[in-house]
Design a protein around this ligand. Structure first.
Ligand SMILES: Cc1cc2nc3c(=O)[nH]c(=O)nc-3n(C[C@H](O)[C@H](O)[C@H](O)COP(=O)(O)OP(=O)(O)OC[C@H]3O[C@@H](n4cnc5c(N)ncnc54)[C@H](O)[C@@H]3O)c2cc1C
Length: 386
């Protein structure tokens, strides 16, 4: 019998793993607690490494069909003065990187879901209990169903139940800032990822195809604070009043109400162990990271490729299941840690609030922007995968 996998969580990581396993002929069920595929009303940046995964697994064309190509990233200060432009086109032109894409999250989820054999995903599934012993794993649901398999993967996000059950304590660390996300009409016809760096705050404007603009913010905020400015659109606009550029003003003006604005604490999961016996963690459940490089989903997708590869070797008898999970962790750890660290650093810089510190940061960005070869080399090191 082929190796069977239960994946808890039908987010980007869980669906990606199921896709990779299906391509290798390995059966998987995905247990998702939401009644329909969960998507916040927001966009997502699929960086070149994530797009490389989608190119290899056959889903890239569908993803690109409703997206904006990620050609360049323009960075401005809070008043709209240009600091730098990161141009990806030379890296795409000679094939060093797969072209990145900017799109709505709902579209990405649809593509991943449609790429699975029918019946793989069990929605609206609440888990009552997990068991794992040397013979296999079992999951019981609140509806009274029991799922049995050889291996259990926790792809259940930043507040993972699988992590809590099999790996103990919660390793969540709040990084001191929060983020709003919403989608409005792209009234300025922006074509590039466009970001504005302020004092203790940032605003990003990301065209995601279909005439839509994904707007994200970050703002310094004590952990206990509830001052999220969601009581009204006026309050939200006022919170980001330092951004006087007309493009930011128009993006915020396009928001009619705040009920669909998502506000998220920016947190990391610092989890020592990702695998034990027949259970492993993937994506945010293992290593949620700050969003500053747009790499959380990318890391989950890369995890999925490596984990499926190792599970296929276990299925073929080349190694034990435990060795496969250990090898998955060994192949992923360093890469993930590098990206987590870099992303955290970009966030620390982005959230600087003192006038002098911000001035120095902006000056450094301007200087770096004048050395495009160095920027390209750094991007290639980060974004070329595998
Ligand atoms: C503000 C912000 C912006 C971001 N922007 C980007 C970006 O542009 N590009 C990028 O690559 N990444 C980005 N990320 C990160 C990215 O969203 C995550 O890293 C990615 O979604 C992780 O996928 P996942 O499948 O591991 O977890 P999730 O997407 O959280 O999915 C987990 C799934 O598990 C389900 N679940 C949870 N508990 C249970 C349970 N007990 N039983 C069954 N199901 C369960 C949930 O309903 C959910 O569907 C961003 C993150 C934030 C916070």
């Amino acid at each position: 019998m082929p190796l069977r996998t239960i994946v808890v969580g039908g987010g980007i990581g869980g669906l990606s793993l199921a896709r990779e396993l299906a391509r290798l002929g390995l059966p998987a069920v995905v247990l998702e607690r939401a009644p329909k595929l969960g998507t916040v009303g927001a966009g997502i940046i699929m960086n070149p490494n994530a797009m490389r995964v989608l190119e290899a697994n056959g889903l890239a064309a569908g993803v690109r069909s409703r997206s904006t190509p990620y050609l360049a990233r323009d960075t401005f200060d809070h008043r709209g003065r240009r600091l730098a432009t990161r141009d990806y086109r030379p890296l795409y032109a000679d094939g060093r990187l797969a072209a990145g894409a900017l799109l709505h999250r709902a579209h990405l989820h649809e593509c991943l879901y449609d790429g699975l054999p029918p019946g793989t995903v069990h929605l609206d599934t609440r888990i009552r209990g997990f068991e794992a012993d040397p013979h296999g794993v079992r999951v019981e649901t609140e509806r009274g169903e029991t799922f049995s398999a050889d291996v259990l993967i926790g792809a259940d996000g930043i507040r993972s139940t699988v992590r809590a059950r099999f790996f103990g304590g919660d390793e969540l660390v709040y990084l001191g800032y929060r983020s709003h996300r919403f989608v409005v009409a792209n009234r300025d016809g922006l074509e590039h990822f466009t970001e504005f760096l302020g004092r203790g705050q940032r605003v990003g404007l990301v065209p995601i195809g279909g005439g839509q603009l994904y707007v994200w913010t970050t703002f310094n905020s004590p952990a206990a604070s509830r001052a999220w400015a969601l009581e009204s659109v006026e309050a939200l606009r006022a919170l980001f009043g330092q951004f006087t550029d007309a493009r930011v003003r128009r993006a915020f003006a396009g928001l009619a109400a705040t009920e669909n604005v998502v506000c998220t604490d920016i947190e990391e999961v610092r989890q020592e162990s990702w695998a034990r016996d027949r259970v492993a963690l993937l994506g945010d459940a293992a290593h949620a990271l700050s969003p500053n490089l747009g790499q959380g989903a990318g890391m989950a997708m890369e995890d999925a490729v490596v984990l499926a590869d190792e599970l296929a070797k276990a299925d073929g008898g080349e190694q034990s299941l435990e060795a496969a999970l250990a090898s998955y962790v060994a192949r992923r750890r360093e890469r993930v840690e590098t990206v987590v660290r870099l992303s955290r650093r970009v966030g620390e810089e982005g959230q600087l609030s003192g006038p002098l510190a911000c001035w120095l940061r902006n000056r450094r960005l301007r200087r770096e922007g004048r050395a495009p070869e160095r920027v390209e080399a750094a991007l290639e090191r980060l974004l070329a995968w595998p």
